[in-house]
Design a protein. Structure first.
Length: 173
């Protein structure tokens, strides 16, 4: 039997015991009423009520085992969640440009899908080393989200916008 099923059975048995404790009669008739009404005679037509044997009380060992099985179940679920997240991350498509405006580098002829892509690509390739050394991109250039605008200010004639409908932009992709 799997751990999950055994855990479910133990939980159900605990709930059943709680219900049985709640259903026990707590009302006691006063002695005067008990003496006034004679007990009903037992006839052959009345059937005895079926007796249910209460489930054995849980022991510390059984509770400890149940707790351990639940911990293992939680750990299994956590690892399954991590696996699913990793699978989803691998299946995601990379961010694609909307295709409306692309940037072309006049010096190299390279067409970039976005303004930020120009900045990030040139930064990673090391072409912006002189500008980074001057400190114009800030203390952490990789995290500068406005690096494109600084780049255009420093090199105004190097880049041009290419609209997505031109054949040059489509062939460069």
């Amino acid at each position: 039997m799997s751990k999950k099923k055994s855990a479910t059975k133990v939980i159900k048995s605990l709930k059943l015991e709680e219900r049985q404790l709640q259903e026990t009669p707590t009302e006691v008739q006063p002695e005067s009423e008990a003496l006034e009404t004679p007990p009903e005679p037992v006839t052959s037509t009345t059937e005895p009520e079926p007796t249910t044997t209460p489930a054995p009380a849980p022991t510390f060992e059984s509770l400890f085992e149940e707790l351990q099985s639940l911990k293992m179940l939680v750990e299994e679920h956590a690892s399954l969640i991590i696996q699913l997240q990793e699978t989803l991350a691998r299946k995601r498509k990379p961010v694609a440009s909307n295709g409306k405006i692309q940037i072309r580098d006049k010096q190299t002829g390279t067409v970039y899908p976005s303004k930020n892509n120009v900045y990030q690509t040139l930064l990673k390739s090391g072409e912006l080393k002189d500008l980074v050394d001057k400190g114009i991109f800030g203390s952490i250039p990789q995290k500068n989200t406005f690096g494109w605008y600084v780049l255009v200010r420093e090199w105004p004639d190097r880049f041009e916008e290419v609209h997505g409908g031109t054949p040059e932009a489509k062939s460069a992709q």
